[in-house]
Design a protein around this ligand. Structure first.
Ligand code: ADP
Ligand code: MG
Length: 455
């Protein structure tokens, strides 16, 4: 079972991102089986509640797919094997012990949700989706599908890199329809699940039922279709389901990590079907969008996060929204657990492993090139002995940035600037610091350069 647990943790790690994984999943300890449920322990009540709210369903699902269908049970338990002491409970936790014994959700056995669809995440609604340049088209298309009376385009094909909001938009369509058109049947599921159901139907010889179920829905949403690349019979079945729904004027929404034409291992006729409707891509996030998402998230959590901290996160965590959320959650959780104010310093501390991993290595050569272009001088002037202000100042800026952005020592930096002495570099750093305080347009220049180099 330990092995299954380790595997599950790993697959969750890929799904939720490193930051959330480190904060929530890694500290969980496997205790054993308890009346069919897998029992795990975490050190605090806060963690237990968080895990239950955010990861329990998915954990149950993953356990279920490995034959452990009894759900998961999270108890408070002192770190590293010491038994939990029921006599010291946090205030107001009277019913805790009871509530935590036995599986908390019935999802593990698959009866809790519609048999063919997958559960929807309550947080993934339109009003919690922050719209910006990179996703406005996909957002508008999704809204259109959710609000239209007549199918506007078929299918709607959403694509983009991981963690950029595809699943969020699909759930949002489903939530919206559930609310406004409860008469319509809406099915959302991953392509993986589609395949799993199909294979099971084949094995149990009831493909007729399977076909019936899928072919009678009003809106079918299949997430991450790249999963069925190379899986021929699943594609075949999917293709037929797809055609039959389209012919009946039912809406289909598909997501993938690439555009239809770039999907590999897909049949030609399926690709051309996928291209028939509207293809909308979600681009990588911009700084503004990341900041907007952090602000919205902070408000939802009811936590006052200083702007400086949000700006810092928006600068540093650029990979995708999931990582960004994970980082914010971690900062907030730390604040709630330890009770220290959220500051730039505590945030850097809490995220230090994450930041180290995502830090891009900027080289002195890159800095010299960028700065030269910016100030319109020749790169060779970075090494030259010319002392005219027009070249000396940019050179100082480049030295300053080299000190800030790389881990090179002063003598090493001096050497890269035409063999200058380390005191020259030191002087440059001081000078630029002074000027940044005195001259706001100079300060903006330097800040802009720093961002570009880090970005
Ligand atoms: P994908 O399916 O593209 O991999 P998800 O839809 O799972 O990405 O998004 C990852 C996380 O980021 C989710 O928690 C989602 O709510 C959040 N997210 C992504 N884009 C946005 C956005 N524009 N506004 C708010 N939250 C977002
Ligand atoms: Mg997704």
């Amino acid at each position: 079972m330990q092995e299954a647990w380790t595997e599950i943790c790993e697959s969750l790690r890929a799904e939720i991102g490193e930051a959330s994984y480190q904060s929530w999943i890694k500290p969980m300890r496997l205790i054993g089986l308890d009346g069919g449920a897998v029992r795990t322990g975490v050190p605090t009540r806060f963690m237990r509640e968080w895990i239950q709210a955010h990861y329990q369903d998915r954990l149950s699902e993953l356990l279920g797919s490995r034959g452990l269908k009894g759900g998961i049970d999270v108890v408070i338990h002192q770190e590293h094997g010491a038994p939990a002491r029921p006599d010291i409970k946090p205030a107001g936790a009277g019913k805790d012990a009871e509530a935590s014994s036995g599986p908390v959700n019935g999802n593990g056995n698959g009866t809790h949700y519609d048999d063919i669809g997958a559960p929807l995440d309550a947080r993934y609604t339109f009003d919690r989706f922050v719209v910006g340049k990179p996703n406005e088209f996909a957002y508008a298309a999704a809204r259109r599908v959710a609000e239209a009376d007549v199918v506007p385009f078929n299918p709607l094909f959403l694509y983009g890199g991981v963690g950029l909001g595809k699943t969020h938009l699909m759930h949002a369509i489903a939530w919206h329809l559930r609310k406004t058109r409860p008469d319509r049947s809406v099915i959302y599921l991953s392509a993986e699940k589609f395949m799993y159901r199909f294979v099971r139907a084949l094995r149990e010889h009831n493909t007729v039922d399977f076909k019936e179920q899928f072919r009678s829905v009003d809106v079918l949403m299949v997430d991450d279709v790249q999963f069925i690349s190379g899986k021929e019979s699943t594609q075949e079945e999917f293709f037929h389901t797809f055609n039959s729904l389209v012919d009946q004027g039912r809406q289909i929404v598909i997501s993938a990590d690439k555009s239809p034409n770039d999907l590999e291992g897909m049949e030609e006729r399926l690709i051309s079907r996928l291209n028939c409707g509207l293809v909308a891509d979600i681009h990588a996030t911009t700084y503004e969008l990341r900041l907007g998402i952090l602000q919205a998230k902070g408000e939802h959590m009811g936590v006052e996060v200083p702007l400086k901290v949000m700006e810092f996160l928006a600068h540093k965590i650029t990979s995708n929204v999931r990582e960004l959320e994970g980082a914010l959650n971690r900062v907030v959780a730390h604040h709630q657990l330890v009770g220290r104010d959220i500051t730039l310093e505590t945030s850097q501390d809490v995220l230090h492993d994450l930041l180290k991993a995502s830090e891009r290595r900027v080289t002195i050569e890159e800095i010299q090139k960028r700065v030269s272009t910016h100030f319109n001088i020749r790169v060779s002037d970075m090494h030259s002995a010319r002392r005219a202000r027009s070249v000396a100042r940019p050179r100082q800026v480049a030295m300053y940035l080299s000190k800030q952005l790389t881990s090179r020592s002063l003598p090493e930096i001096g050497r890269k600037f035409g063999g200058r002495d380390h005191t020259t570099v030191m002087h440059a750093v001081k000078k630029v610091e002074e000027l940044r305080e005195q001259d706001s347009s100079f300060n903006e220049d330097v800040e802009l350069l720093r961002r570009m180099l880090e970005g």
